[in-house]
Design a binder for this molecule. Structure first.
Ligand code: FES
Length: 73
């Protein structure tokens, strides 16, 4: 069982909790020392990619998806 959880935030980022390695497209690892949670931008407006900087609050990003209860993925 995985110790990593990824949770969507309504109109906001993806919250990643647990032991992860986050790399750029070249394979370089971001220093996440001491961070138990990481917020990854999914609105595209952040100035700190790939991390959320709170810009989703002012750019009009909307995302409120929920897990379907009647159909599998
Ligand atoms: S989700 Fe927060 S800045 Fe994009």
């Amino acid at each position: 069982m995985s110790d990593v959880t990824i949770k969507t935030r309504e109109n906001g980022p993806l919250l990643v909790s647990g032991p992860i390695t986050l790399c750029d497209h070249l394979g370089n690892k971001y220093d996440l020392t001491g961070k138990e949670n990481v917020a990854l931008c999914r609105c595209g407006a952040t100035q700190k990619r790939p991390f959320c900087d709170g810009s989703h609050k002012t750019c009009g990003f909307q995302a409120a998806e929920i897990v379907p209860t009647s159909a599998p993925l």
